[in-house]
Design a protein around this ligand. Structure first.
Ligand code: NAD
Length: 499
């Protein structure tokens, strides 16, 4: 008999002891069974947790860089030691296959490693003698309490884009993970406790819109890092900034991969399959549109189809290539798009609804799906499906492909496959997208660069992690100092000029 676990809020190091008025079901997507029940926070509870975080932020923001760095190094080690355990939790609630889940934790770990360098990252500038006897310097200070609101598709990595840097900068964090796979953030919070992070610096509040709105409206929360779908990102950005907060809200995507005739078509086919169907297409950097120049389109579609025939879909713990979809509702939505694509006249080359699935009958499965001859007016082209559906659009030339990418409302990621350096260089210059791959299909930047799209894929000015992350979680002061001596006397009402 399966048991249903309770998942609740963490107020600092302590689990909340109240009784929730509202809860949400958490599923194992591979079986379709409810395995957990997560408490949803009321707005009053969010305010209580933020107030506790504010007390912790006061102290933590004054801790020495040496102390903060010790905690970060310890956390990094614990996360590395617990990689497999965290990955198993991801697979149990998200569904992605074990190797992919381990990859996710590893990419999150890289941000923790970046944050270990915080003493260097927080160095301001210093200019001696900017005017006679005057020095100028800048200092970076924490904001106080910051909020993080994360999506279901990377329950470990996306929170890690923000939390280690926010903490390293001296802030306290209140994080609201996705209600669909909430256990991972609780497990990682436990690692922060073991690493020696003081009580109250890391807090977890679970819930839905009510909890999000409470974070957006609470005046003590100085900044919000949000990742999720575009409509919610826009909403979060508008409400948060209207309340005077600093907000970075990363939204949805529709990523195109352009394949030119001179590309290595075997490598391009491998890349299209990996980037289209990895994590069942539930990645904001997934490739969902393949722009194939007409002269090589037939050959490329054959190569992709051959590769797709080798893929297995099933329970993520059993060595399959692709796991289930996160919920039954999300699976039904994807199936609806496959129906719409077929009805609109796209050529359904591989139909994921027909697949054989290595899992329990109740699992939320849909197999890899390939459409050819898709046109830009079809919903499978315009909408973010967020599932294993790859659409091939045939284009006449590089220019036609580029124009399609640039007319998309989204601008998260894109890739070009070519052996022509000049074409690749032109592409990186002309394409209006935040993250670009040249013969790399999922160009997720390293932790020391910053992650973020353009247009409807990001609301706000700052991208995630890297130096932009450090600036997002700090405020700068510029100090001008003079140690007085008698030569500085005298009255002068003019604007200070440097001499
Ligand atoms: P989502 O927008 O449904 O949820 C994201 C967060 O917002 C969750 O914590 C959720 O509880 C909360 N939320 C949901 N509805 C809300 C509402 N009405 N008001 C306030 N808060 C609300 O997104 P998801 O389905 O969890 O994640 C998938 C989406 O995230 C995709 O669109 C994907 O492209 C996007 N994503 C983007 C990036 C990026 O870096 N740009 C990264 C990962 C995921």
């Amino acid at each position: 008999m399966s048991s249903v676990r309770r998942i609740t809020h963490l107020i600092g190091h302590s689990a909340w002891e109240g009784t929730a008025e509202r809860t949400g079901d958490v599923y194992n997507p591979a079986t379709g069974q409810v395995t957990g029940r997560v408490d949803f926070a009321s707005s009053e509870l969010v305010d209580e947790i933020v107030a506790a975080a504010a007390v912790a932020a006061e102290r933590w923001g004054r801790e020495s860089l040496a102390k903060r760095t010790q905690v970060l190094f310890a956390f990094r080690q614990l996360l590395n030691d617990n990689k497999e355990r965290i990955a198993a939790l991801i697979t149990a609630e998200h569904g992605k296959v074990t190797s992919d889940a381990i990859g996710e934790v590893t990419r999150g770990l890289e941000v923790a490693e970046f944050a270990c360098g915080i003493p260097h990252l927080l160095k301001g500038g210093y200019s001696e003698n900017v005017s006679t006897g005057v020095d100028a310097y800048s200092i970076l200070q924490p904001l106080g309490v910051v909020g993080v609101i994360s999506p279901f598709n990377f329950p470990a990595m996306v929170p890690m884009w923000f939390v280690p840097i926010a903490v390293a900068c001296g802030n306290a964090v209140v994080i609201k993970p996705s209600e669909k796979d909430p256990s991972v953030v609780n497990a990682v919070a436990e690692l922060w406790r073991e690493a020696g992070l003081p009580d109250g610096v890391m807090n977890v509040v679970h819930g839905d819109k009510e909890a999000v709105d409470a974070l957006l409206d609470n005046g003590t929360v100085k900044a919000i890092s949000f990742v999720g779908s575009t409509p919610i990102a826009k909403y979060v950005y508008e409400r948060g900034t209207a309340n005077g907060k600093r907000v970075q809200a990363l939204g949805g995507a529709k990523n195109h991969m352009l394949v030119l005739p001179d590309a290595d078509l075997d490598l391009a086919a491998d890349a299209a399959v990996n980037a289209g169907f990895g994590s069942a297409g539930e990645r904001c950097m997934a490739i969902s549109v393949l722009l194939a120049v007409e002269s090589i389109a037939d050959e490329l579609v054959v190569k992709i189809t051959e590769r797709m025939a080798t893929l297995t879909t099933g329970d993520g713990t059993t060595g399959c290539d692709m796991g289930p979809i996160v919920t039954g509702q999300a699976r039904d939505r994807i199936v609806g798009y496959i129906e719409q694509g077929a009805a609109a006249g796209a050529e359904l080359v591989v139909d994921g609804r027909d697949g054989e699935f290595h899992g329990e009958p109740g699992g939320f499965f849909v197999g890899p799906t390939l459409f050819d001859r898709v046109s830009p007016d079809m919903s499978i082209y315009t909408d973010e499906i967020f599932g294993p559906v790859l659409s091939v659009v045939r284009v006449g030339s590089y220019d036609e492909g580029l124009a399609l990418i640039n007319s998309s409302p989204y601008g998260n990621g894109t890739a070009i496959f070519t052996n022509d350096g000049g074409a690749a260089r032109r592409f990186q210059n002309e394409v209006q997208v935040g993250m670009i791959g040249i013969n790399v299909p999922i160009p997720v930047p390293m932790a020391y660069y910053s992650f973020g799209g353009w247009k409807a894929s990001l609301f706000g000015d700052s991208h995630a992690h890297g130096i932009e992350g450090v600036h997002f979680f700090t405020r700068t002061k510029a100090v001008t100092q003079r140690w007085l001596d008698p030569s500085h006397g005298g009255l002068n009402l003019g604007f200070p000029q440097n001499t």
